[in-house]
Design a protein around this ligand. Structure first.
Ligand SMILES: Nc1nc2c(ncn2[C@@H]2O[C@H](COP(=O)(O)OP(=O)(O)OP(=O)(O)O)[C@@H](O)[C@H]2O)c(=O)[nH]1
Ligand SMILES: [Mg+2]
Ligand SMILES: [Zn+2]
Length: 298
């Protein structure tokens, strides 16, 4: 039975394929946790990186936590099981917070405190049963923004984006509707960053069908029913720059709306500090983007 350290000599990073040759907790090149690479290597099979990007406060942590929870109690048609115990941490944290009628804390910017998920997903449709290992970090929105403006500050972001065959861009539907160009332009920056990192240049690239499947997900649609009714039309009307850029650039692009909280309220403490809290949990549209990404891989 090899010791952990000698076994590690044979592992490569699941994200950037660097050799993991020491006992460090993270890949020296891309900051992926070694425990994740071990879990992927031990379980074998192909794995699919799916990354979730979005501005700070877009709803990434809440979405990912609930996605894991819904997948874990799914049906034979679409289900996901945690591939190792660290995968349950994010689910546990988000579900516990929501049960307490509060939202999770903002994700810290330090890469070593990000939670990763690794779930074995199986999906059955007309084409048969497909399986994939879903691997994704819960990035901090601020780290994504900083990496886009000064590449190299958070190498994990670039490596994970390059490695991902499916990418979800989360946009706050309420901000898109009420605050105009800011959210639209940030999302365009994200889409451009994805295209750059997948070296998507020129029409021939698109015709060859290369590049990731990109799902734009308007979050918090419980507070924005317009996004829920017709997400593509909502994008065209309220985030026209993002809509047009994505249609022109990506071969596989689709628009979705998702919401976790059935409704929210604002609590004020004795000093007047206000906090938004979920009054009840009624997930909507959480699985659809993932289902589409897995199906669009063919
Ligand atoms: N109405 C409503 N509000 C939501 C929902 N999901 C998240 N929110 C609100 O959005 C806030 C941010 O959600 P997070 O999931 O922490 O956002 P994030 O993208 O992870 O943000 P960073 O960690 O800063 O990158 C929450 O504190 C809630 O106030 C939802 O489904 N409905
Ligand atoms: Mg977060
Ligand atoms: Zn790596």
């Amino acid at each position: 039975m090899p010791s952990t350290s000698s076994a590690l000599e044979h592992y490569v990073c699941a994200c950037c394929s660097s050799i993991l040759d020491d006992n460090a907790g993270f890949c020296h090149k891309c900051q992926t946790p070694v425990s994740l690479s071990q879990s992927v290597a031990i379980q074998g099979g192909g794995h699919t990186f799916i990354s979730v990007l979005g501005a700070s406060n877009a709803g990434k942590t809440v979405y990912l936590g609930l996605l894991l929870d819904i997948l874990s109690s799914g049906t034979e048609e679409f289900r996901g099981t945690a591939a190792s115990s660290f995968s349950v941490d994010l689910q546990e944290y988000v579900v516990t917070e929501l049960e307490k009628r509060s939202f999770p804390e903002k994700t810290p910017s330090e890469a070593d405190s990000w939670q990763w998920l690794h779930s074995k997903v199986s999906m059955t449709d007309k084409k048969g049963t497909r399986t994939a290992d879903l691997v994704s970090p819960d990035f901090a929105g601020e780290a994504i923004a900083m990496e886009m403006s000064r590449p190299g500050l958070y190498p994990a972001v670039a490596h994970v984006v390059r490695r991902s065959s499916g990418i979800l861009i989360l946009c706050d539907s309420v901000r898109v509707r009420d605050q105009g160009a800011g959210e639209d332009l940030f999302a365009v920056k994200l889409a451009t960053y994805i295209a750059e990192n997948h070296e998507m240049y020129g029409d021939s690239f698109k015709r060859q069908g290369k590049g990731p499947s990109v799902a734009v997900v308007f979050t918090k649609c419980d507070a924005c029913p317009e996004a829920m009714d017709d997400p593509a039309a909502f994008a065209a009307n309220n985030a026209p720059r993002l809509h047009d850029f994505c249609q022109q650039t990506f071969r596989r692009i689709e628009f979705f709306a998702a919401g976790i909280a059935g409704c929210t309220g604002v609590l004020a403490d004795c000093r007047g500090w206000q906090t938004r809290v979920p009054l009840h949990i009624q997930p909507h549209g959480v699985l659809e983007p993932l289902r589409w990404i897995l199906a669009s891989r063919g």
